[in-house]
Design a protein around this ligand. Structure first.
Ligand code: PEP
Ligand code: MG
Length: 555
């Protein structure tokens, strides 16, 4: 994988240094400062109420904002002449220091929560919307956890790596890092505590390793390896635009997963044969006030379609819920959000929101080779409902004289055991499948994809998952339906032979992986891959499957 090694300095996101102004506010200005503080707290409470609907940590933060200690301390300092921001900073330091000294691990950890809340309040004091946070050049971003909405507010263009305390390889922050070619190690757990601001670290995103404060020898060894990888990458990028054809002449489409038009452009430059997954939800998550309207969406999709030229652009309809929230829409509180109101379930209930998106996709279909795909389908009824809405939007547009692709290809994501069991019937009705192994694995094995504690059980090489993949491809091909895969599983080079052997027509991966994956495919023989996949599917234990894959990798 491109640039998988990084050497850089730790830069904590959300812990930007505040330098107190030291200004003394005249007596007649102090009430205004107090009111500014109260208004900022109210704004933050509103924001937290929304976030608490989907993530429990924010409910705890909300509770902390009710603690009178913080407000009393800030107001006392304002009464003594401090500005609201200075008073908040001082109170935050005092209070988090107090929590940090408590002899109880849980209460001690609340020191971080206090700092986090105070940071939010300070941003609100500084004028509402936080500006884009730019990561300094050569730094490794360190964060407790990054929600997808946080990542939209960070400019990673100069960052060289990312580490988090919480999260797993298929959590959305890890996916985002991969899409942008940023080496990342997520879910560090307690190791995260050792990351002091400015500390030098070495990070190997492929191996999932982090070395804190390396010796000078180790640091230069890793810098040498990073340079080597970059050179190897540059070499395989020179052939990236060429098709991936196996030794015996089978063409495999290698597409990219992206979140917006800019990433689409980058993916094309990386040699992608198309976009196998356009995560449209990012557009929704970047809005602050309301759902994006039809014109805005149509422009964004058309820009991506144009960037693709005649290569296909698969737009996945809104896949929200689970760990993905919207700043302007209150989701119901759910005990199990990943088993709750997410993806197509939301779209079929928020009909107008869905229709707006379908109309926008249809409009964009006049600008290029667009396809539409529905996420998290569990039944034929859902597909029928979604399709009926698509057809009625087509009719509306035709009546309005708006051009669109009458034969817009329709696909579904296969991400649930139900969809696997119904693959035969679904395949008879759609043009393509795209297997979302990130979700399929979690639902098949009943292992939460974001839960560190059971991360070792999250295994897409579990025989049940591998056999499901075979079943999906076979059902698809019996009905002339294309079979692709866009889950993270496809991005690991050691899985390429298995996936080609299972018969997948398309692998869609993070853009920086496209070139090396194509190169890997060019060295495969599809007949040999088929035999290998047959052996893997015949294995009944995880150990056997892993051993087979490992043996093949080292051959
Ligand atoms: C998947 O589930 O594999 C997938 C590609 O969708 P997401 O990761 O966005 O849930
Ligand atoms: Mg999914």
């Amino acid at each position: 994988m491109a640039d998988a090694i990084a050497v850089g300095r730790i830069w904590h996101y959300g812990e930007e240094v505040y330098t107190p102004s030291g200004r003394v506010v005249p007596a007649d200005g102090r009430e205004t400062e107090r009111q500014r503080f109260t208004a900022a707290v109210a704004a933050v409470r509103q924001e937290l109420e929304r976030l608490a609907a989907t993530e429990a940590i924010f409910a705890a933060h909300l509770e902390l904002t009710e603690d009178p200690m913080l407000a009393e301390s800030v107001e006392a300092k304002i009464a003594d002449g401090a500005t609201a921001a200075d008073a908040l900073h001082a109170a935050s330091e005092e209070l988090s220091e107090l929590f940090a000294q408590i002899d109880d691990e849980y209460l001690r950890s609340r020191a971080d929560d206090v700092r986090d809340i105070c940071r939010r309040i300070r941003r609100a004091l500084e004028g509402g919307q936080p500006a884009m946070v730019v990561v300094p050049a050569g730094c490794v971003v360190a964060a407790e956890e990054l929600a997808p909405s946080d990542t939209a507010a960070i400019d990673f263009s100069q960052a060289c790596g990312l580490v988090t305390r919480r999260g797993s390889a298929t959590s959305h922050v890890a996916i985002l890092a991969r899409n942008r070619g940023i080496p990342a190690v997520v879910g560090l757990g307690d190791t995260y505590d050792a990351l002091a601001e400015g500390e030098t670290v070495v990070l190997d995103g492929t191996a999932g390793e982090l070395i804190v404060a390396p010796t000078p020898e180790l640091e230069s060894e890793y810098r040498r390896r990073a340079g080597e990888r970059q050179r190897a990458d540059a070499e395989c990028r020179s052939r990236a635009a060429e098709p991936a054809v196996t030794l015996d002449g089978r063409r495999i489409v290698v597409a990219a997963n992206v979140g917006d038009a800019e990433e689409t452009r980058r993916a094309m430059a990386c040699g992608a044969d198309g976009i196998g997954l356009f995560r449209s939800e990012l557009l929704y998550m970047q809005q602050q006030q309301t759902f994006p309207d039809e014109a805005m969406q149509a422009a964004a999709y058309a820009a991506a379609a144009k960037a693709c030229g005649d290569r296909p652009l698969v737009i996945r309809t809104l896949d929200i819920g689970g760990d993905k929230a919207l700043p302007y829409y209150e989701f119901p509180h759910e005990e199990n959000p990943f088993l709750g109101w997410r993806a197509i379930r939301v779209s079929l209930e928020l009909r107008e929101v869905f229709r707006t998106q379908l109309r926008a996709i249809l409009r964009a279909s006049a600008a290029g080779n667009v396809r539409v795909m529905f996420p998290m389908i569990v039944s034929l009824e859902e597909l029928h409902e979604a399709r009926a809405l698509l057809e009625s939007c087509k009719k509306e547009l035709a009546a309005e004289g708006v051009a669109c692709d009458e034969k817009l290809p329709v696909g579904v994501m296969i991400e649930t055991p139900a969809a696997v069991m119904m693959a035969e019937e679904l395949a008879a009705e759609v043009d393509f499948f795209s297997v979302g192994t990130n979700d399929l694995t979690q639902y098949m094995l009943a292992v939460d994809r974001g839960n560190n504690h059971i991360a070792a059980m999250y295994d897409s090489l579990h025989p049940a998952v591998v056999r499901a993949l075979r079943q999906i491809v076979e059902a698809a091909h019996r009905h002339g339906c294309e079979a692709g895969i866009c889950g993270e599983f496809a991005a690991a080079p050691e899985h390429a032979e298995l996936l080609v052997g299972l018969g997948f027509d398309e692998l869609s991966v993070a853009a920086p992986v496209v070139a090396s994956l194509k190169e890997r495919i060019r060295h495969l023989d599809s007949g040999r891959a088929r035999l290998f996949a047959r052996d893997v599917c015949a294995s009944a234990t995880k150990t056997e499957v892993h051993a087979l894959v490992e043996r093949r990798r080292s051959e």
